[in-house]
Write a protein that binds this ligand. Structure first.
Ligand code: ZN
Ligand code: ZN
Length: 136
């Protein structure tokens, strides 16, 4: 059975398809994810053994690895959107859930690195919700 997912960056330069199955879905609150996302946590899908195929914009991709760590980010150099990282040495593809244009058949399974979360990251489950930007 094939599991084909597609995604793209905000400016549309980078497009990809991923052939594989998502096995894990974590919301990571570590300080590295907070820095690179600018928000409370990353939402990362893990697809072991998946095949990542860049459909366009591969030349626009930038790659950053934090020195002496496994922490890496692939992102569009035009608009800064986080893109999948093909962690070949670990045999898996890590996909930021927000860059997908296809539905995901998993929901987040855990909040991880909660010991490093921001001090303001406390009550997101009890906040009021709005369909779009509130008007007042
Ligand atoms: Zn872009
Ligand atoms: Zn993290």
């Amino acid at each position: 059975m094939s599991h084909l997912h597609t995604g793209s960056c905000l400016c549309g330069a980078v497009k990809f398809e991923l052939d594989g199955e998502f096995k894990k879905f974590f919301l990571c609150h570590c300080s590295r994810c907070r820095k690179t996302s600018g928000t409370a946590h990353c939402a990362n899908l893990f697809a072991p053994g998946a095949r990542l195929n860049w459909l366009s914009g591969e030349d626009k991709l930038s790659f950053y690895r934090l020195e002496n760590t496994n922490f890496a980010r692939t992102f569009c150099s035009v608009c800064g959107s986080n893109m999948p990282t093909d962690a070949k040495s670990r045999g898996l593809v890590v996909v930021p859930a927000g860059c997908l244009d296809t539905d995901v058949d998993l929901t987040p399974q855990a909040h991880i690195f909660m010991d490093s979360k921001g001090n303001w990251d406390t009550n997101s489950n009890s906040l009021p919700t709005f369909a779009a930007m509130p008007t007042s």
